[in-house]
Design a protein around this ligand. Structure first.
Ligand code: CO
Length: 132
């Protein structure tokens, strides 16, 4: 297991990308608009992990509300796992509060599920299964 990516909520992808691309010379390896979550994403490759920049496409969306309530900043930590469904079942059995009752599709053809930050020390945790 490892950190698959850190999700950062931003107001502007173009502005947020500048540090990583112009200054650090890192590549944007994937862009995707997730209609269901109302976000535009840009994944920046950083060693064996990624930064996921998230710009909401609507204010009335989870990331839009996060920005208006808390401002820009770290939004979630994503952990790569072998089997999201199994980890989700284990989380449920251990009493953790789930955002997603079942795995769903995430960016780049992944399977993902989130745990509620209220049961994880204030950190929104995403489990990611890469179906290569
Ligand atoms: Co993510």
């Amino acid at each position: 297991m490892k950190i698959d990516h850190l999700g950062i909520a931003v107001r502007s992808l173009a502005e947020a990308e500048r540090l990583y691309t112009e200054v650090l010379g890192l590549p944007v390896t994937h862009r995707e608009v997730l209609e269901r979550d109302a976000v535009s994403t840009a994944f920046i490759s950083l060693g064996d992990t990624h930064i996921e920049l998230l710009e909401p496409t609507r204010e009335d969306s989870p990331v839009g509300r996060f920005l208006s309530q808390r401002g820009e900043g770290v939004h979630h930590v994503a952990i790569e796992v072998q089997d999201v469904a199994a980890i989700l079942a284990r989380s449920r059995a251990a009493g953790f509060r789930l955002v997603d009752e079942a795995p769903r599709s995430g960016a780049g053809g992944t399977r993902v599920a989130f745990l509620h930050p209220r049961s994880t020390q204030g950190v929104l945790i995403e489990f990611v299964e890469r179906t290569r």
